[in-house]
Write a protein that binds this ligand. Structure first.
Ligand SMILES: Cc1ncc(COP(=O)(O)O)c(C=O)c1O
Length: 396
């Protein structure tokens, strides 16, 4: 019998797969499931991006690009990073990848040795833990609580950064809690990383979905901090084109070079047509993001109020991203729709079966007693979803 490699044996299957499969099956059978589980905006990509990719196909643009991505796209990113993120870089500091998920993967492959620890703040985005394990590392989870607004007290961070910790993954605005950090807090984190000589993977993919102020890029806070930070971002959320798979990393030249080498032996360049679409996004679709974000803010305000009006549900106002992460502990070990859920997976399953609303259990993000809802649906659909949840929970 052929055995799997040790590194993949350590991978954990997603706990949410069974719920996602059930939701799919229900939809296939004609049930009107409202999906609040997806991690992607519901908007159509910018018109200009679609036109550019069609033109690229018609022009026979079927060839490899530079392994690290099209020069023109990198040049446009240099401009964007300067204007929006206060980051002065050259094209040599940028690599374009097949999605931000792959940018993170490359960075961990390049920097982690067997047994190195990587600190991750919980609740965390699901792939961090498994990607660290795939690189041979050990995730070191730093817990946060609802009482603290799901934020680390930056002054507490140092005690987690012991000698075996080689890096920290920071994600703000955060998936799933929407937490963001102030410039002062970021400076503290950045200076600590320099002092401890650890890298920070700064996942800023939700940078535009920031409802509480302007996004600050960690790497922009000083040249020393820049040297220890790999900034990860992409087009999936900002331009609602997750399926086109374009992300990028910004870092010191030697780090980018290593990522480039690994990319050259794995995916090679990201999809050429999709890169052409991204050029159009940066050149012609600047107003698109702002419009989408202002609609998402209205949705956030609606769903937070509506969920808080349900007896026993407590939902904080997230500062960013497009998720809410309400506390559902009141309903655990109580009868809901004829079932007694004891954890967030069972609670999510009841919501799907009895209210036809699909959500993601908090345990998938490392915190039990919560669920994640994406407000990636128009307000009338969100209203219908909350109405169904309300009637299921209050008419038990
Ligand atoms: C925090 C975070 N980082 C990275 C990604 C991956 O983005 P991409 O689609 O560019 O791979 C996601 C997608 O859900 C995310 O939520």
């Amino acid at each position: 019998m052929i055995e799997f490699a040790n590194r993949v044996r350590k991978l954990e299957a997603s706990a949410t797969l069974a719920i996602a499969a059930k939701a799919k099956e229900m939809k296939k059978n004609g049930v009107d499931v409202i999906s609040l589980a997806a991690g992607e905006p519901d908007w159509d990509p910018p018109y200009e991006a679609k036109e550019a990719s069609i033109a690229a196909i018609k022009d026979g643009n079927a060839h490899y690009t530079e392994n690290s991505g099209l020069l023109e796209l990198k040049q446009l990113l240099v401009k964007k990073l300067k204007e929006e993120n206060n980051l002065e870089v050259t094209t040599k500091n940028i690599i374009i990848n097949s999605g931000a998920k792959f940018s993170l993967y490359l960075a961990l492959q390049a920097l982690i040795n067997e047994g190195d620890e990587v600190a991750v703040i919980s609740p965390y985005w699901v792939s961090y833990i498994e990607q660290i394990k795939l690189a041979g590392g050990i995730p070191k989870v730093i817990p946060t609580s609802e009482e603290d607004g799901f934020k680390i007290d930056v002054e507490d961070l140092e005690k987690y950064l012991t000698a075996r910790v080689k890096g920290l993954i920071l994600n703000y605005p955060s998936n799933p809690t929407g937490v963001t950090y102030t410039e002062e807090e970021l400076k503290y984190i950045g200076e600590l990383a320099v002092k401890k000589d650890i890298f920070v993977l700064s996942d800023e993919i939700y940078e535009y979905f920031n409802y509480s102020g302007k996004h600050t890029s960690l790497a922009s806070l000083s040249p020393k901090i820049f040297n220890n930070v790999i900034t990860v971002n992409g087009f999936s959320k900002a331009y609602s084109m997750p399926g086109w798979r374009v992300g990028y990393a910004v870092a010191r030249e030697d780090i980018v070079k290593k990522l480039d080498e690994i990319q050259s032996h794995s995916t090679s360049n990201p999809n050429t047509i999709a890169q052409m679409a991204c050029i159009a996004c940066l050149k012609e679709s600047k107003s698109y993001v702002g419009k989408m974000v202002s609609e998402f803010k209205e949705r956030r305000d609606y769903i937070v109020n509506a969920l808080n009006s349900i007896h026993g549900i407590r939902c904080q106002i997230p500062g960013g991203a497009f998720y809410v992460f309400p506390n559902i502990q009141y309903y655990l070990a109580k009868e809901v729709g004829g079932i007694v859920p004891t954890n967030s997976i069972e609670f999510s399953s009841v919501l799907l079966e009895k209210a036809q609303v699909s959500v993601v259990p908090g345990s998938a993000f490392g915190l039990e007693g919560y669920i994640r809802l994406s407000y990636t649906q128009p307000v009338d659909r969100l209203k219908e979803a909350v109405k169904r949840i309300h009637s299921l929970l209050e008419n038990r």
